[in-house]
Every structure is written in C-alpha cells, then in structure tokens.
Design a protein. Structure first.
Lengths: 453, 272
C-alpha cells in the first residue's frame, strides 16, 4: 500500500512549487494611529514636502516582521502533505498565500491544477439565511457553479445530516449542525488540489471521523492535499509527508514520523537539567522523564504512567532530604508528589544515586506540561534545590478515542488539564460515567454493556 | 490544465478571467443582500417604496409649498420624484458599495474571489431597489395624468450614467474605507449634504446662469436633469455643458476607481 503510494507519487508532476517564498508584515505599535486618516492629514499639513517625499516609502517607525522567509517546497501531484508548527510559525500565512488571499513579498508559487482552499468552513454563511440558501451561497463563494451545486445538492444535504432543518435559518442551528452543513458543502467541491486548515476542529467525534474519511478518500483518489493541523495525531493518520514550519522557515521536511519526532520533542522543549548547590555539595546531573517500560520519552497518552528519575551526586551526606515533584499544565499546577505531606523521606543522599517517582495513570488532557523539582533540607526552610523546572512533556492522543464526544474538543488544550473520573446523574435518572480511559472497541458493543450490568 | 502563478508585485493576468469565472457570484451576493435585507421586517419590500414616498412628500412641502420654487406645468411631487429616483440610488449605492468590503471582511480574509464582485453586487442590489421605486413613478404619472414623452426612450442611457458614477465613487470609498474607517462618518455626511445641494427638491433652472457651469461640477446635476428631461419631456430644458461635464466625470470616476481599487486590492486581506 505504502510503496504503491510512493511509486505513484514519484512518477507524477509537480502540483505546487513554492520557490523562496517570503511574506513581510509591518507591526508597529503606532500602526493604527499612523494609518488613521487624521494622522495622514496631520502629517500632510504639518510638513507637506516631507509627506510627499515619504509617501510610498516604508515607515521607519514600523517594525518589520517576516511571517515567512525563504520557504521552498515542492509538492507532487497526488501527495498528501501535513503542515505543522506552533502558532505564529507561518502556517496560516503560507495557506493565505496559496489561497490567493494575500500576496507574497518575495518569491513565487506555481500551482498546477484546480485548487480549492478551506481556511474555515462556512465562509460567507449568513445567519439569517436558511440552510438551503446558505448551501448555494457558500458553494458559489467556494467557486462551485450553480449547475454543479444543483446536481450535488441532495448529496450535500444527506452528508450534512441536517434533514428537516434545511429550511430553518442557520442562526437557529447548534454549532454542530452549522459545521456539519458547512463541511458538507466544502466536501463536495471537486478540486485537484485541496488545501485545508483545521476544518476538522469542530463537530462531534462521529462527524469528525466522517470528515477525516472524506479527506482520506480524497487523498486516496490521487488528489493533492495540503493539510494544516495542530493535532499531530490527525496529521500522522492522514499524511505520509509533513513539513514543519518554525519562525517562518522550513525546519524539517520529510516523512511524517521523522518530522513529528523532531516537532514534538521541540514542543516539549528538551532540556538537560543540571543543578549544583555547593553549600550542600549536591549536584543534580540529570532528570529523565520516561514511561514504565524504561524508555525516555516526552510523549504520553492520557492514562499512561509517568516516571521522573532524578540523578544526583551528594559529596556530603544529606540527612533526610525532602523531595517534591510537581507537574504543571498551561493553567498552573496539576498535581505533585510531596514528601512534606506524605511524610516519606530517604534516610540520606550520599554519593551517586537516583530517586524516582512514578505518577500512575496520569489523568491529563492533551496539552504541554512542565515538571518542577524541589529538594529541601530536613530543616524544611532550607531549599537545596529551589522550585526548578527540570523537564517537560506533552500528552497527546485523540480524545475521541477516550469516549469524549463534545463539539469543542479543540479547546482541550486550554482546558483545566486534570480529569479525575466523574459521573453525571441526570434529572431523568440516567448516570453517565466519564473517565480518561481509552474506549476499547468491544466495550462499545451492547452485549458487553449489558453483561456489565 | 490551468496553471496559476502567484508572485509578488505582479498584477495577475488571470484577474479578468477570474472575474468571468466567478460571474455567478455577482448574482449570488445580490440575491443574498436582497434576501437578508427584508427578512424579519414586517412591511418587507414596501420599504423600497415608503422611503422615497415620504421623502418626496417632505421635499414637496419644503421646496414646493414653503419655498415656492417654480415647477412650470409639472406637478411638484412628480418633479421631486424624478430627481429623487437617481439621487436616492446614488446615495444608497455609494453607502452600500463603500461599506461592502468592510462588511464582508470575514470573507475577504478567508477565501479568494475577485473583490470587485462584492462592490459590483452591492450596486446591483441598490439597482433592484431603484427599479421597485420606479414603479411608484408610473403610479404618480397615472395619478397626475402626465403622459410620457418620446424622450423617455433615452432614459436607459441616464440610468447607465447614474449606475456608472455611483460605482466609480463607491469603488473609491470602498478602497479607502478598508484603510481609513473615517469614511464611515464622511459618507453619511456627504449623502445628507448632497440631497440639498443637488437639484432634488428644485429644478436646476433656479440656479443663476453664471453659476450653472460651476454647479454642474456635481455629476449628479447633469444626471438628475437628464432624468427630468427624459421623464417630464421638453418641459425641463437640458443644459448641455452640464451633461458633458457629467459624462466626463463618470468616465474619470469609473476608470480611476477601478485603478485605485485594483492597486489596493492586494493588501485588503492584510489591513482589513
């Protein structure tokens, strides 16, 4: 299958050729003020000569900022390429240039084939119009001729699962319905090259799967796809090749496995932590974050065990040191192992040694986390190692596989990270347990559920 | 297979071809604006009739009854309405066209299509309102037993001039509005002011002859005069220098409007 794909791609011509592409923006804190008309008039009146001369020139007070710098990428027909990178890495700028929304400052792009780009689903949807009306409007905006929309109309409606609400104004739709209809229109575009950005970010799990399948089938039919996503898992499942953008440049371009390895490591900001406290003669050589198989890693799935190994060398004997290890997410402290509370303590640190802590089945949402370490002397007030960041890791994984099916899974990266198992008791008496446990296929079958009762 | 080249500083050759390719979008945007405009309004399309009707009544009272402006043999309401038709179109068109890019900024920053489509559609939407109001003109003429003259056949030419000048001015405002939102305040002012300095509530004849040329610098003067001439017949004389000026201005506005729009279009998405 894979080799088949490769041989197919190798034979084909270029679909997108990007040569030395750069895009410059000006970001001055005074930008808005300078562009306001009052300012233009004011300058023109105050110093008409200077104003005339300076017109058309770049404003010196503006700070220039290269959103893209010297990007060169060749994409062949039939290739499915993922684009990853942190916020501000230049992903959206690249997409905007490829979609002809904005023009590059330097460089050149040659696109061979009919192109459709989805930077957002439902562009141009009008809340006052009905679903039916919006299908036509949105289709036209995306470049579909009316005859084609008419031909595909039933298919679109069926795909969207909107059914009876077709003639209801979309302002009354739930966000899920809205996105389903919007994606349905987009999915029925028939381009040779598809550029899409995070369009799968909304919708329930089942619909997300359906969208993904649609893109997969699109990719499988020999079309070229450029896919931008924050979710490494989606990129992994869709794209054999990936491009990692960093600070407006191509950091890495190659097989998705390779590129994601580098990317995820950099996101988790690999540090080699060392600390020396000469007063106590204690050196922390390194801190390793690993899984229970002993593999050093920075990637965990929700529910995995996380091990933190602290390697030390104590030149002087330290009696009953108190160690605490904390895990912090984007919104602050998540949990900690703290000898001040649990009352445990090694008898002493002496010579070369290691102290480890295993956090069992971490109930964490997919986010970036940092690990901090404190070592206190038995006097408690004396910090041998103050609250120091010793490492970081990322929790990855598709929440849909954990039975999470909300419409807003894309916000998981900003949510409170710790999810302890909980249970809803609904007014109608139903109880719904929720936990960050991977849902096994067989658990979904009714027979098993009944036998559990 | 179509090949597309995206390069800096290059006016895309495919622009005009794209305009043709997206021709259905003109219709779709117009259709959307019309549909949206009257949804959730009780009286619906009649608003296109009520607004000019009420303005006509007010202007007839102010200029005809209180101001005692001459009207010849023409009923004063009819005289006013002939001036109001093109003026209201102009006012609405430059407002709608001027705001069209900013109103649709979400689309502009998310999807490509020739931006000219939005501006043209907004003028087309206004034209539909114009045609609805024109029905009322027929009603008025029947009411006043005013038979049309052969000059009526020339009216489409003036309508074309009216659409063109509104489009040209609208393009300028739309492009400037993207960068300078100040125009959001300037346009209503111009529209309000223009109603009184253009010959809407009175005939151009009341302007002293020595000021006529100067007065005709307002392109709407020539167009409104032309409307009256076509609809009311030779009763209202046509002032030829004024018409020449109006035509020249229309050409200048449309050509420069398109030029400026195309020049600024490529930065719309960056600054909007």
């Amino acid at each position: 299958m894979k080799s088949d794909y490769i041989s197919k791609v190798e034979d084909s011509r270029l679909a997108i050729s990007i040569e030395n592409l750069s895009k410059q923006y000006f970001i001055g804190q005074n930008r808005a003020k300078q562009d306001g008309m009052r300012h233009v008039i004011e300058r023109a009146l105050r110093a008409p000569f200077k104003w005339l001369q300076s017109r058309g020139q770049k404003n010196t007070e503006d700070v220039e900022f290269w959103a893209l710098k010297g990007v060169s990428v060749q994409i062949k027909q039939g290739e499915v390429v993922g684009i990853i990178g942190r916020n501000g890495a230049g992903k959206s700028t690249l997409l905007k240039i490829l979609s002809r929304i904005t023009i590059p400052t330097e460089g050149r792009v040659t696109i061979d084939g009919r192109i459709a780009s989805l930077l957002e689903v439902g562009t141009g949807f009008h809340p006052e119009l009905t679903g039916r009306e919006n299908v036509f409007l949105n289709g036209a905006i995306l470049g579909m001729p009316r005859a084609e929309i008419l031909r595909k109309f039933d298919e679109i409606v069926e795909f969207s699962e909107i059914g009876q609400f077709l003639d209801t104004p979309v302002k009354h739709y739930s966000s899920g319905m809205y996105v389903r209809l919007a994606f349905a229109v987009a999915a029925h575009l028939d381009p040779e090259i598809l550029i899409c950005d995070e369009v799968l970010a909304v919708g329930d799990a089942a619909f997300q799967k359906k969208c993904l399948a649609k893109i997969k089938s699109f990719a499988g039919s020999g079309k070229t796809v450029l896919f931008v996503s924050h979710n490494p898992e989606t990129v992994r499942s869709l794209c054999p090749r990936s491009i990692w953008l960093k600070d407006g440049r191509v950091q890495k371009d190659g097989s998705t496995e390779e590129v994601l390895d580098g990317y995820l490591d950099s996101v988790a900001r690999g540090t080699s932590f060392t600390w020396e406290n000469p007063d106590y003669g204690l050196t922390i050589h390194k801190v390793i974050i690993r899984n229970t198989d002993g593999e050093e890693t920075r990637r965990f799935y929700p529910g995995d065990d996380l091990v933190v190994d602290v390697f030390y060398e104590a030149k002087k004997r330290i009696e009953r040191p108190l160690v605490a290890i904390g895990v912090l997410g984007v919104s602050g402290s998540c949990f900690t192992s703290n000898m001040l509370l649990d009352g445990n303590s090694p008898d002493s640190f002496e010579g070369v040694g290691k102290i480890s802590c295993t956090f069992k089945s971490i109930p964490l949402l997919p986010q970036n986390y940092t690990v901090k370490l404190v070592v206190r002397a038995s006097t408690v007030t004396d910090m041998i190692v103050p609250y120091e960041e010793v490492g970081s890791f990322t929790v990855i994984g598709d929440l849909a596989e954990y039975g999470f099916k909300g419409d807003y899974l894309q916000y998981a990266a900003r949510s409170t990270p710790v999810v302890v198992p909980y249970e809803w008791s609904m007014p109608d008496g139903r109880t719904v347990p929720v936990a960050l446990n991977r849902v096994q296929e067989h658990q979904l079958t009714e027979g098993v559920a009944e036998s559990l009762d | 297979m179509s090949q597309l080249v995206i390069e800096s500083g290059r006016i895309e050759r495919q622009y005009w071809r794209d305009l043709w390719r997206y021709r259905e979008l003109f219709f779709f945007f117009t259709w959307r604006d019309l549909l949206v405009r009257y949804k959730q309004t009780v009286v619906g399309v009649s608003w296109s009739l009520i607004r000019p009707l009420l303005t006509m009544v007010v202007l007839t009272i102010v200029f005809g009854k209180l101001g005692k402006m001459p009207a010849g043999k023409v009923p004063y309401p009819l005289l006013v309405f002939c001036g109001m038709l093109p003026w209201q179109f102009f006012a609405a068109a430059i407002t709608e066209c001027g705001n069209s890019l900013v109103t649709n900024s979400n689309m502009i920053s998310k999807v490509y299509f020739p931006r000219l489509v939005i501006t043209v559609s907004s003028v087309m939407t206004t034209l539909v309102d114009f045609l609805i109001s024109a029905i009322f003109l027929v009603v008025l003429m029947i009411y006043f037993h005013y038979a049309p003259h052969a000059t009526l056949l020339l009216l489409p030419l003036y309508v074309a001039l009216m659409v063109a000048v509104s489009f040209g001015v609208g393009l300028w405002i739309a492009s400037l509005m993207v960068q300078y939102r100040d125009f959001r305040f300037i346009v209503p002012f111009v529209v309000q002011f223009g109603l009184y300095i253009s010959p809407v509530g009175f005939q151009t004849g009341v302007i002293p002859m020595r000021f006529r040329l100067l007065y005709s610098l307002n392109p709407m003067v020539g167009i409104i005069d032309g409307f009256r001439w076509c609809i009311l017949g030779p009763e209202s004389r046509i002032y030829w220098p004024g018409l020449v000026i109006a035509v020249a201005e229309v050409v200048v506005f449309v050509a420069s409007g398109i030029w400026y729009f195309r020049r600024t279009e490529r930065i719309f998405a960056d600054v909007i």
